[in-house]
Write a protein that binds this ligand. Structure first.
Ligand code: DI6
Ligand code: FE
Length: 428
């Protein structure tokens, strides 16, 4: 007997194995081919007039309703009609900086008058401005303001989110940020994974002493963060205004020695070989990657590193260099999408707006965009065996949408909210 059974629903499973009936009742995991094939509607694993059953928080059965072995009410304790709507996996936002205090809208006005993001950063604004406000806030104050942003994502169908530190830049404040991120997951029906991003900027107390700060990160802060169980990954900002490849390499060697996977803000504003550096360390993802070169993309394909595209930041800083989408397709590098929610370059809390920008600005297809905020986003977090598709054995995280077809989710410029959201088999 299943716990719940959803019917009268069209399914965008993100797994062709389900659509072709290869995997309906058994926990077979995801069909391998669609991980490497970057698009084609076939990759959405569409099942019209489908059914999906849940037991103990996981998907127990998924497939055409006609394949059910008996009447729905005899198969499950609760049967839910979706009135002919569409069901996708819960959306996944694999790259956010949503725990922070303060406000940077003033910088927005300045940049509209021609002051560059880099110039603001070099004069001590930007990240360091948010750092000062975050250091001054208590943990509870930081939780209160950050919960509002997390709730906005939940209201738009997000069931898994990655949250970074990087606005504390001291042991005390980096751990404060990461504890707040963990508390968000405990407070909301939301899977939270955390990234330590101490290598976001050199704090003022280490001005002119970058090597000492990198040593402090590697010898003091990161070990303490790991000891406290507060980080799932280590991230870094590899950029001219941030950290050099060799500094990131030292941090990543430390991360791997401490047993953590790595991810990287790579080649966002210039080509520092960040994509290749990420691949060299077997990073789960290389993020931004507007300036990634072909050597780095080839290395990403070999290493299984996912490209996380952040069109919100591209749009908001008015970047002109498009990420090399055709190269990612050619090398079959999975492309994930994320809001990159942060106060400086991407004040975005709408995954569907990001999907529209990915299509409109980067020319992704609507199918690639939906895969980008579901299956490939799960891959970018190393969670392909946990979530990101509607397949037996995966977490029962779903969103139900009153749309004509999945591509409508990328059509609207944000504002599309699900008519239903399920986390761990439990409807909101
Ligand atoms: N790249 C970005 O776009 C953000 N961080 C990063 O490494 C910017 C964060 C901020 O400006 O507050
Ligand atoms: Fe970011």
């Amino acid at each position: 007997m299943w716990d719940r059974l959803w019917i009268d629903v069209h399914l965008a499973t993100m797994d062709r194995g389900v659509a072709t009936g290869l995997a309906s009742g058994m926990a077979t995991g995801l069909s391998p081919v669609s991980d490497r094939v970057t698009d084609a509607d076939g990759n959405l694993g569409i099942v019209r007039d489908g059914a999906l059953a849940v037991r103990n928080g996981h998907i127990a059965w998924v497939g055409p309703r006609s394949a059910l072995k008996a009447a729905p009410e005899t198969l499950a304790r609760e049967v839910i009609s979706c009135n002919g709507h569409w069901m996708t996996p819960g959306l996944i936002d694999p790259h956010t900086h949503l725990v922070y205090a303060g406000d940077r809208s003033g910088e927005f006005a300045e940049r509209l008058e021609g002051v560059s993001y880099e110039a603001i950063a070099r004069r001590g604004g930007g990240i360091l401005s948010t750092m000062r406000a975050t250091r001054e806030s208590s943990e509870d104050e930081l939780l209160a303001v950050s919960l509002k942003r997390a709730r906005a994502l939940v209201a738009q169908g997000v069931t898994t989110v990655e949250i970074k530190s990087g606005y504390g830049l001291t042991l005390r404040d980096e751990m404060k940020q990461l504890r707040v991120a963990r508390r968000i997951g405990a407070s909301l029906g939301l899977r939270v994974r955390t990234s330590f991003l101490g290598a976001h900027a050199v704090p003022p107390e280490y001005a002119g002493r970058r090597a000492a700060y990198v040593a402090h990160l590697c010898e003091d802060i990161l070990p303490a963060v790991v000891e406290a169980g507060l980080a799932d990954y280590v991230d870094g900002f590899c950029e001219g205004i941030a950290f050099q490849p060799e500094e990131i390499a030292r941090l990543f060697e430390t991360a791997q020695a401490l047993g953590l996977s790595v991810r990287l803000h790579a080649d966002q504003l210039s080509d520092l070989g960040g994509a290749g550096l990420a691949a060299r360390f077997g990073a789960l993802s290389a993020d931004h990657v507007e300036y990634a070169n072909e050597t780095g993309i080839s290395a990403m394909a070999q290493a299984g590193t996912v490209a996380v595209l952040l069109p919100g930041a591209f749009y908001f800083v008015r970047e002109t260099r498009l990420p090399p989408i055709d190269a990612f397709r050619r090398y079959a590098v999975p492309m994930a999408l994320a809001t990159d929610c942060n106060p400086g370059t991407s004040p975005v809390l709408s995954p569907t707006a990001v999907m529209n920008m990915a299509c409109t600005l980067f020319r992704l297809t609507p199918s690639e965009a939906l895969l980008g905020h579901t299956r490939h986003a799960a891959s970018a977090l190393g969670l392909s065996a946990v979530c990101g598709a509607l397949a037996p054995g995966l977490a029962a995280d779903m969103a139900v949408w009153d749309v004509s077809a999945p591509h409508e989710l990328s059509y609207w410029i944000g504002g599309v909210r699900p008519v239903g959201r399920v986390f761990g088999g439990q409807p909101d």
